[in-house]
Ligand binder design. Structure first.
Ligand code: NDP
Length: 447
């Protein structure tokens, strides 16, 4: 078995040696999926995984735009169209200075499995730019988004590829992107998700990733006859996913101790309650300030500069910021502090060694492709509502989201339950996601 995995990974490394994040994501999948392929004749010898690691299309383009000082700026834009076997490409756009082909290929690859797990008909893609939205005026953001879409529009469409938000791309950016798409195509169509409510959006879409991450944690805890009530929760990030993970944790009776951004974390021993969360939302979404500002209003809290929050004692950890933000040392600290459950809101926030530590300690651990799938699932629901020209109520969307998270949890158990009863959610999510895409690829032939 090890030979099969090593031979496959050697080949992928040979072709993508300079893309560490992509290789990390592929390795995690290969280690669980190849043993499954070897045991199942219908998949064996067909190079399905090798086909899945090669993007169907990788588009890279120049974005020129003019800043408020009249200077011409140049950024790089991408769209990775990874796999369309089960539906149009679907996945977010990320605007962050670290964006490159490796990061977007890892995100697009993960997205293929995640979208398959939702049971909705969506293929996988991801895109973005190395543009840094921090410190930019609203007008600069608008000009950049318009310039970005003036190239991307020819590669996407409601039946081809439907982007959404991710780091640095929220409701404001989706609005500017949609406006330019509509102008260029002269059609009002569901080409992006995460839209505003008055122009084709879905209720609960902004909340969905964070809510879904917490629903998944609740499902994992229920396998131990436990729940979130009175649990202490440590959250990283203070963006879209983190904010709504905190909101749902509070609604389910937990105490939230931390939030963070790339400058450090705040630790509020009294708990970040609903009123304090509203202040964080105001700081991050309206004032676009740094998380450290929190202690100006709540001086009992502490701001820990330049660090991640994993050193704070907790029952549950929700990493909701970015990839590789939780390493082996952090995992060991969480474990020695008694953490019993980790549900990933971000994509690949735990390093490979951190995941190994969680598995060794046999705690509840959910990889992002399962636990944060609520965002794209609700995007799928937005696409359905756009096609029907109809809107479901908040309760209807939330119920569908809960059902989807529960179904993903069941799929993880189906493929990930081990002989001793421990549920390996990584293995479960990878195999369940693989099977549906692989079956579709086999049915469609060598294309
Ligand atoms: P936002 O841009 O809204 O927020 C990102 C948060 O993470 C900010 O607090 C940001 O801090 C922090 N962050 C970003 N980069 C770093 C870094 N290098 N080091 C430390 N902190 C960092 O993004 P989202 O909340 O939408 O996304 C967060 C994660 O969730 C990402 O991994 C994304 O891929 C994933 N995700 C998002 C979905 C969605 O629906 N939005 C769906 C599924 C997954 P700062 O402001 O300082 O940069």
């Amino acid at each position: 078995m090890k030979n099969n995995i090593d031979a496959f990974l050697d080949l992928v490394k040979e072709r993508n040696g300079h893309e560490p994040e992509f290789l990390q994501a592929v390795e995690e999948v290969a280690e669980t999926v190849i043993p499954y392929i070897v045991k199942h004749d219908i998949y064996y010898g067909k190079n399905i995984l090798l086909r899945m690691v090669e993007p169907e299309r990788l588009i890279s383009f120049r974005i020129s735009w003019v800043d408020d000082q009249g200077e011409i700026q140049v950024n790089r834009g991408y769209r990775v169209q990874m796999n369309s076997a089960i539906g149009p490409y679907k996945g977010g756009l990320r605007f962050h200075p670290t964006v490159n082909a490796s990061i977007l290929k890892f995100l697009a690859f993960e997205q293929v499995f995640k979208n398959s797990l939702t049971t909705l008909p969506m293929g996988g893609g991801k895109g973005g730019s190395d543009f840094d939205p921090k410190g930019k005026s609203d007008n600069e953001i608008m000009r950049f988004c318009h310039a970005f879409m003036s190239e991307l529009f020819r590669h996407i469409g409601p039946n081809t590829d439907v982007p959404a938000g991710d780091i640095g791309v929220g409701g404001r950016e989706i609005g500017f992107l949609f406006g330019m798409y509509k102008k260029l195509r002269n059609e009002f169509t569901g080409v992006l998700t995460g839209k505003g409510m008055s122009w084709g959006g879905s209720l609960i879409r902004p909340e969905a990733t964070g809510y879904g991450t917490v629903y998944f944690a609740e499902k994992m805890l229920s396998t131990k006859g436990d729940d979130l009530k009175s649990k202490s929760v440590v959250v990283s990030g203070s963006g879209n996913v983190a904010q709504f993970a905190v909101e749902k944790s509070l609604q389910l009776g937990a105490k939230v101790l931390t939030m963070s951004d790339s400058s450090g974390y705040i630790y509020d021993a009294d708990g970040i309650n609903t009123e304090k969360l509203a202040h964080v939302m105001e700081l991050k979404n309206v004032k676009r300030a740094r998380i450290g500002e929190y202690i100006k209003k709540y001086p009992n809290a502490e701001f820990v500069k330049g660090k991640t929050p994993w050193e704070v004692k907790c029952d549950i950890a929700l990493p909701c910021a970015t990839q590789n933000e939780l390493n082996e040392g952090d995992a060991n600290t969480l474990l020695s502090n008694g953490c019993i459950c980790v549900s990933e809101g971000a994509n690949m926030p735990s390093t490979k060694d951190a995941i190994t530590a969680f598995h060794k300690a046999k705690i509840l651990f959910a990889p992002g492709k399962a636990s944060n799938a609520g965002g794209v699932a609700t995007s799928g629901l937005e696409m359905t509502q756009n096609s029907l020209r109809f809107n479901w109520t908040r309760e209807e969307v939330d119920d569908k989201l809960k059902d989807i998270m529960s179904n993903i949890h069941d799929s993880c158990i189906e493929y990930g339950k081990e002989e001793d009863g421990y549920i390996d959610y990584v293995k479960g999510a990878n195999i369940a996601g693989f099977v549906k895409v692989a079956d579709a690829m086999l049915a469609q032939g060598i294309v």
